[in-house]
Design a protein around this ligand. Structure first.
Ligand SMILES: *Cc1c(COP(=O)(O)O)cnc(C)c1O
Length: 286
């Protein structure tokens, strides 16, 4: 399997123009920034490896993408979580459901300390050095597009979790990369940047308020819906609503420099988020 260039669309949202890098359309089964971060493992041969071990939340996009990778590679996939709620066990859904269908072996325990040499251990969310391989390719697609369109300068924006994607984009792009912290706070994000590279960090913009990761906010659902209505693009419900609110209240939108927003996928994760929002916002509906 090969990954091809993802398209770039021009959209208008709230009367401002943006370009969107559609990494949600990278590949039918393997898309978004997790596909970019794990591209290295797809691209290279690992004759001695027969298993991947990772850990994190029971609905994570990284978990799903690793299940696809392992299926393609013929590797076993052990994924460690703190806890699987009984309603999810009884009604598998979203990333969890599709990762199980791909053969994921999910284990409620702490990840093991000792790993044998036939196993790849991958940190939560794909915050790994190998991620630079796929993100350099993403950067080269962006540079090529900028040249074709004769843009001398563009501003890049994308919301961050671990910050791995934003950091490596900044490393490989001659343009400024802006981001915001969706998991924890700015200090956490700076720490994450420092773990991967000591310099050339993306610029962190302030979010309009403190959001607790994974919690439901009416305003997040509303901007997500508004984006869908005005642009016909489905964004993710965890990171993108925070990203768009941050971008729209920043100085970037009043500048002449074109803005390229990176759509980092995560649409399968929306299935369970939409159900949660339905229960919260329409509690009396059956
Ligand atoms: C994982 C993910 C992010 C965060 O990526 P980082 O590289 O950890 O910052 C953002 N958006 C979506 C849709 C994701 O799945």
């Amino acid at each position: 399997m090969k990954l091809h260039h993802s398209p770039i669309n021009k959209i208008t949202f709230q009367n401002y123009s943006f370009f969107i890098k559609r990494d949600d359309l990278l590949h039918k089964d393997f898309s978004g920034n997790k596909a970019r971060k794990f591209h290295y493992f797809l691209h290279n041969e690992f004759p001695n490896i027969n298993k991947v071990i990772s850990y994190g939340s029971n609905q994570s996009n990284a978990m799903y993408s690793l299940s696809v990778l392992c299926k393609l590679k013929g590797w076993k996939f052990d994924y460690y979580v703190d806890h699987i709620p009984s309603y999810l066990k009884d009604n598998p859904n979203g990333n969890y459901k599709y990762a199980l269908q791909n053969g994921m072996n999910i284990i409620e325990a702490k990840p093991p300390q000792n790993i044998d040499d036939k196993t790849l251990f991958l940190d939560e969310g794909g915050a790994i050095k190998e991620a630079s391989f796929g993100i350099e390719i993403l950067a080269s697609e962006i540079k090529q597009w900028a040249v074709q369109n004769r843009f001398e300068n563009i501003n890049i924006f994308l919301p961050s979790g671990t910050g791995t994607t934003a950091l490596y984009l900044q490393k490989y792009l001659p343009f400024k990369v802006y981001t915001c912290a969706c998991v924890a706070d700015e200090d956490y994000l700076k720490l994450q940047f420092n773990n991967l590279e000591k310099q050339n960090h993306p610029i962190i913009l302030k979010t309009p308020k403190k959001f607790h990761f994974g919690k439901l906010y009416k305003q997040n659902y509303e901007i997500w819906q508004e984006l869908k209505d005005q642009t016909n693009i489905e964004f993710d419900l965890l990171y993108d609503p925070i990203g768009w609110q941050t971008l729209l209240q920043s100085d970037l939108i009043s500048q002449d420099t074109p803005i390229l927003y990176i759509h980092q996928g995560g649409i399968i994760g929306n299935i369970t988020m939409i159900q949660r929002y339905d229960r919260k916002l329409n509690p009396h509906q059956l």
